[in-house]
Design a protein around this ligand. Structure first.
Ligand code: FE2
Ligand code: FE2
Length: 481
C-alpha cells in the first residue's frame, strides 16, 4: 500500500524538463552576478538555459517559475532538489523575499538576448532597495516584454492563499515523505528483530525530509498522522510521534541539529517493544497485570537496544535517553520506577511523552483498546498535567491540535460535511477545509475552500462529526487525490 501511495504522490511532482530548466536558471542567475553578458561562461550557461526553456514553451506556451512557501514550482509543478541545487535555491528565495518577488513568467516569444538581459538586470538589483512595482516598471523600460514578474503577496507565500493545485502538491509531497518514514521505521524494526545492521544515514535523511516538510507546511503531515487505522499501525505510530514531536520542535524554534536529534529520538522511542513477544503487542483485549509488567520493560529494553545496536553519537545517546524516559512522567510516577537518582527528564523526553500519549489514546491501538476523540484526549491530558506532562509543552501541543484538529470531519451550517485541512492561525474556528459531502451524499469532486474568506461567510462549523457514525472512513478523504 505504501508503494502505491508513494507513486500517486509523485504524479504531481515536476519531471526532468522542469528540473533541468530550474537548475539552468539557478546557474545563470548566479553567473550573471559574477561576470558580464559578453563573458564566455555567461554565454555558455545562457545557451544552456535557452535550450532548457524550449521544451517548456513547447509543452505549455510559457515557462512560469514561482516560489511558494519556500518551494519552487515550474508551471505549477513542484520541483525537488538534491543538496547541490539547494544552496542556489536558498539564495534566490532570500533575495526574492526581500524584493517582494514571488515568481517570473517567460513567454514563448522570449529571445535569447532578452533572456540574457533579464539575468543581467536581476543581477544589478540590490536586495532591499526595490519593490515589485518599480521592478516591473524597470523591466518595461529595459524592453523585456516577454518577461513578467509576480508579487509574492498575491501568490500567497504565507500559505493562506495557495491555489488548490499547489496545496495538492504540498500534500502529495507530505504523503510521500510520510510513507517513506513509515517504511524506514519498518526496516529499522525488522533489522532490530534480526539483529542486523541499522541504516542510520537513511533514518537521518528521512528525519530531514520530515523537518523540511513541517518547516514549510505544518498541516499536511499532521493530517496523515490523523489516520489511525493503517494496517501497519505500529510503524505509523512511531512516524506520527516523529511528526508531532518535530512540529513541536519547529514551533519551539529548535535549530536543525536539535530537530534532527528530536526526530530521530521520536522514531526510536518504542524500539524496545521489538524485544517483547508480538502476541503481547498485538493483543486485542485489555492488558492484565502480567501483561503490564511485561510491557513496562520496553523503555529500558529500548535504551539498551539503541546503545547496543547503533553507533554511539549524539543522536543515539539522545534517542536512548528518550526511549528510557518517555513513560517516566513529570513527577516520576510512571515507569521505569527510579529509586535513587530522580533527575529531571530532558526536553525531548517531555515532548515525546506528550505526543506519544496523544497518538496512543486517539488510536485506541496501543494501550487502551478503544479510541478516544482528540479533543477528549487533550482534556484528559490537561487533567493529568503537571503529574504526567509539562504544563507549557502541553499548552503548545494543544495549540497545534487546535479546536478542529487537522484531519477531522466537521458538519457545516450549509449542511455540508468537510475535512479540516489546515488551521487558520488568526481564527481557529474557520480553518481551510475540503468539502467532501452534502445532503445528497459524497461529492465526486470535493471542493477545497478557506472558511476565513468573505465568500464563505454563510458557512460555519456546527460541530465535529465522528466518521464511523456515518459509516465513513477518514482515510478515503485524506488519501484521495
Ligand atoms: Fe512507549
Ligand atoms: Fe509509543
Amino acid at each position: 500500500m505504501s508503494q502505491i501511495a508513494e507513486q500517486e504522490a509523485l504524479r504531481t511532482i515536476a519531471g526532468k524538463d522542469e528540473e533541468r530548466f530550474l537548475s539552468a536558471f539557478f546557474v545563470l542567475y548566479k553567473t550573471a552576478r559574477l561576470v558580464d553578458k559578453e563573458n564566455n561562461n555567461f554565454q555558455y550557461q545562457s545557451d544552456k538555459f535557452y535550450d532548457t526553456i524550449k521544451p517548456l514553451f513547447k509543452k505549455f506556451g510559457s515557462a512560469e517559475l514561482k516560489i511558494i512557501s519556500s518551494r519552487f514550482f515550474v508551471n505549477e509543478l513542484m520541483v525537488r532538489f538534491d543538496g547541490a541545487g539547494l544552496s542556489g535555491a536558498n539564495n534566490i528565495i532570500a533575495e526574492w523575499n526581500s524584493l517582494g518577488v514571488g515568481g517570473v513568467c517567460f513567454d514563448a516569444e522570449l529571445s535569447k538576448d532578452e533572456a540574457d538581459r533579464y539575468f543581467i538586470f536581476m543581477a544589478n538589483i540590490k536586495p532591499n532597495s526595490e519593490n515589485l512595482d518599480p521592478l516591473s516598471e524597470k523591466l518595461k523600460e529595459n524592453s523585456l516584454p516577454s518577461i513578467q514578474l509576480f508579487s509574492k503577496a498575491i501568490e500567497g507565500v504565507d500559505g493562506s492563499i495557495l491555489t488548490e493545485e499547489m496545496r495538492r502538491q504540498l500534500r502529495s509531497q507530505a504523503r510521500s515523505t510520510f510513507f517513506k518514514a513509515m517504511s524506514v521505521v519498518q526496516e529499522v524494526v525488522v533489522n532490530t528483530q534480526t539483529d542486523s545492521e541499522i541504516n542510520i544515514s537513511k533514518t537521518k535523511r528521512v528525519v530531514h525530509s520530515l523537518i523540511d516538510q513541517i518547516s514549510q507546511d505544518e498541516s499536511s503531515l499532521i493530517e496523515l498522522a490523523a489516520i489511525k487505522d493503517f494496517d501497519d499501525y505500529t510503524y505509523a505510530h512511531s512516524t506520527n510521534v516523529a511528526v508531532y514531536s518535530l512540529t513541536m520542535g519547529v514551533r519551539l524554534g529548535l535549530d536543525r541539529a536539535r530537530l534532527s536529534q528530536l526526530g530521530f529520538s521520536a522514531l526510536f522511542h518504542d524500539i524496545g517493544k521489538v524485544k517483547l513477544p508480538t502476541d503481547l503487542i498485538n493483543k486485542p483485549d485489555a492488558y492484565d497485570e502480567n501483561d503490564w509488567i511485561q510491557m513496562q520493560r520496553h523503555p529500558l529494553l529500548g535504551a539498551k537496544t539503541i546503545l547496543r545496536n547503533l553507533k554511539f553519537d549524539i543522536h543515539s545517546a539522545r534517542a536512548a535517553r528518550g526511549a528510557f524516559e518517555h513513560h517516566i512522567n513529570n513527577d516520576f510516577t510512571g515507569y521505569p520506577m527510579l529509586r535513587l537518582e530522580k533527575k529531571e527528564t530532558t526536553l525531548f523526553s517531555k515532548i515525546i511523552s506528550i505526543v506519544d500519549s496523544f497518538d496512543a489514546l486517539t488510536s485506541g491501538r496501543v494501550y487502551l483498546k478503544k479510541s478516544i476523540q482528540p479533543e477528549d484526549v487533550i482534556k484528559k491530558m490537561q487533567y493529568q498535567m503537571k503529574v504526567k506532562f509539562d504544563e507549557f509543552l502541553l499548552k503548545l501541543f494543544n495549540d497545534i491540535i487546535g479546536v478542529y484538529p487537522v484531519g477531522s470531519l466537521v458538519l457545516l451550517t450549509s449542511d455540508e460535511i468537510a475535512l479540516v485541512l489546515a488551521n487558520n492561525q488568526t481564527d481557529k474556528s474557520r480553518p481551510y477545509i475540503k468539502i467532501v459531502g452534502n445532503k445528497s451524499g459524497i461529492l465526486s469532486e470535493p471542493v477545497w475552500t478557506d472558511l476565513s474568506i468573505d465568500e464563505n461567510k454563510y458557512r460555519s462549523i456546527v460541530r465535529k462529526i465522528e466518521p464511523e457514525q456515518h459509516r465513513l472512513d477518514i482515510k478515503d478523504f485524506i488519501l484521495e487525490n
